[in-house]
Design a protein around this ligand. Structure first.
Ligand code: FEO
Length: 396
């Protein structure tokens, strides 16, 4: 149970989840997470910005009691996902005068997900605000900055932006503010890759708005706060830009060693041509790390043997994940080995329609790779080196 004062009238009342290792049964959390919630006290009204995962509602309420919170007039719901909205029902019960402030789409989701009574909801739009008495909360709708209903909240008197999931990191830390830039950069980038990258275009649009606002603190809903806002805004500007690095990611799986040999040959040829390479063995791997690597890779080589008549199931999952999170990959292809036939190349191509990469000629060989495979891999390495050298979106 931790309550901390951030600035005059604004408190951190969320919960640290040290032990969670998987989010939504999908996203690995090697360092746990936090569910940040904020209490804002004006002279006439008190508001809560987002709540916490329902598993921790008891601890959350204890935090409010610790602050002597005997009234809540407004619950600002920036986002309807359960890790932020799941404790709304108990707060509504404990504070019968409280009204929810959220976007229209969020109102529908709260009704369908949590059966929140519509009469307890006040729908807000961009530009509207809530006066708490000497302290104001302004609302900015940010649809598709993750979900269609998302919004951010800004407090002009304290110059704090509350962007909910945006700018967050899954990091169970006791530090209220970011104090380890190297560690936070890795965790925030991984979080961006897994959660925000599919919405890169929308985020870019809002970064322009945020960079013109007078913001002293960014208080996201996961991980540490930022009292140097430009640090995280600049990171996002980089990750969401069209630029990629002179870097080839090779997710691979091998059964009898042939595909792995091809990966090692290709990796060596690329390194000799001045290109950074990461062979990424998928067996028992962390999908969050794979997503992290996909943020900057100019080229992705899907390396898989054929199992019966198609790609190895590990590769199917990987290609499907890449398609979901939409990396800005410029070039892609398939390499690997087959025994007697199959449709591995066509299957992988069919799995990645949202990866808007130029597809290079695959290198797919029967059995163990010999001289012909080596020659084809050399041509592929030459092609990648030429493409990377000529592509102005690739940082060398
Ligand atoms: Fe932190 Fe989209 O939930």
């Amino acid at each position: 149970m931790v309550v901390r004062n951030i600035v005059d009238g604004i408190y951190s009342v969320g919960v640290i989840d040290w032990d969670r290792r998987l989010f939504d049964d999908l996203v690995p959390l090697p360092e746990g997470t936090t569910y940040n919630s904020y209490l804002v006290r004006g002279s006439t009204k008190t508001a809560l910005i987002d709540t916490v995962d329902p598993k921790y509602e008891e601890e959350f309420i204890t935090n409010l009691v610790k602050l002597g919170c005997d009234r809540i007039d407004a619950i600002i719901v920036n986002h309807a996902e359960q890790d932020h909205s799941g404790s709304i029902p108990i707060i509504l019960e404990l504070f019968p005068a409280a009204k929810i402030y959220c976007t229209e789409k969020c109102s529908d989701l709260l009704f369908s997900l949590l059966d929140v009574p519509k009469e307890r909801i006040i729908v807000v739009k961009s530009g509207e605000n809530l006066d708490l008495g000497g302290i104001t909360l302004e609302f900015i709708e940010t649809p598709w900055v993750h979900w269609p209903e998302t919004m951010v909240t800004y407090c002009p008197e304290r110059k704090i932006l509350f962007p909910c999931d945006l700018f967050g990191s899954h990091h169970a830390t006791s530090s209220l503010f970011m104090d380890d830039p190297c560690r936070t950069e890795v965790l925030a980038k991984r979080y961006y890759a897994e959660i925000m990258m599919p919405f890169r275009s929308s985020i870019k649009e809002y970064l322009g708005i945020f960079s013109k606002m007078d913001i002293k603190i960014i208080a996201p809903s996961h991980g540490p706060l930022h009292n140097n806002p430009s640090w995280i805004i600049d990171k996002y500007a980089d990750w969401t830009s069209d630029k990629v690095k002179n870097y080839v990611l090779i997710p691979y799986v091998t059964m009898h060693g042939s595909t792995e040999r091809m990966v090692r040959i290709l990796a060596g040829l690329l390194i000799e041509r001045g290109i950074n390479v990461r062979p990424f063995n998928l067996t028992g791997s962390d999908s969050g790390l794979l997503a992290y690597e996909l943020v900057d890779a100019a080229t992705v080589i899907f390396a898989t043997p054929t199992v019966l008549f198609g790609p190895h199931p590990e590769m199917v999952t990987t290609a499907y994940l890449a398609n979901l999170i939409k990396p800005k990959t410029r070039y892609a292809t398939v390499i690997g080995s087959f025994g007697w036939g199959g449709k591995t190349i066509d299957t992988i191509k069919g799995l990645i329609p949202h990866v808007k990469a130029e597809l290079l000629t695959p290198v797919y060989v029967k059995g163990a790779p010999g001289e012909e495979a080596y020659n084809e891999l050399t041509i592929l390495a030459d092609t990648i080196a030429e493409k990377h050298a000529q592509d102005t979106n690739i940082i060398r």
